[in-house]
Design a protein around this ligand. Sequence first.
Ligand SMILES: [Zn+2]
Ligand SMILES: [Zn+2]
Length: 250
Amino acid sequence: MNARLVFLGTGAAIPIYRGLPCLALKVDSTIYLIDVGEGCQHRLFKMGLSPLKVRTIFITHGHGDHFLGLFGLIQTMNLLERKSVLNIVAPEPLSTLIGRAIESMMGRVGFEVKVNASRIGEAYKDEYVEVTPYPVCHTIEAHGYLIKLASKTISYTGDTAPCETVREYSRKASILVHEATFTSEYASEAWKQGHSTARDAALTASEAGVELLVLTHLSSRYKDDHVLLADAYRFFKRTITARDYMTLIL
Ligand SMILES: [Zn+2]
Ligand SMILES: [Zn+2]
């Protein structure tokens, strides 16, 4: 099995230096997306990934930077004459909103879109992946996703303040993709907004005993991400900062 993670958008809410959150997992020729910030389909093309190969989209929560690219992506799939079913998994009430928008706002979509509410502990399974939603600590209902492949486990937090459930679900994961919106200098601001610092992510990675920590969802206040890496590195050495279009071979 050939698997890779492609970071298509690694910024937080304002896309100045980095794209909005979007992560692709490609297993053989099948693609899964986790979060779909605006412009996601353009970034897929840039990396030679076809929107027609996207089987399932997992969305962490209903803040615009994480899902507003969905409708443009569906429109592009429609123009490409997609015929295969597209699955979307998102927490309530976002899943209901997406279902209604697809029915009423987008006119005819020439393929079936199955929208499923993501429920804690209920896994999505197919022949390649098992994806389990877990609760995180954000300002609205938000789910992280634990993705199990045959040989690796990837935990993706989405937006979260430091959170016990992230530690629990990410235990011994091969890769923890953790949000790190700010450096620890802005810890109180981060926590107030339901976000983590790079130091928080590193402490969680260390306590969970993961193999690799990838920092993402970096604020546009950091043109240079080395400050975030330095903030985390003191507490967890096996840390890298994600960059747009970075690819990890699994
Ligand atoms: Zn966000
Ligand atoms: Zn958010």
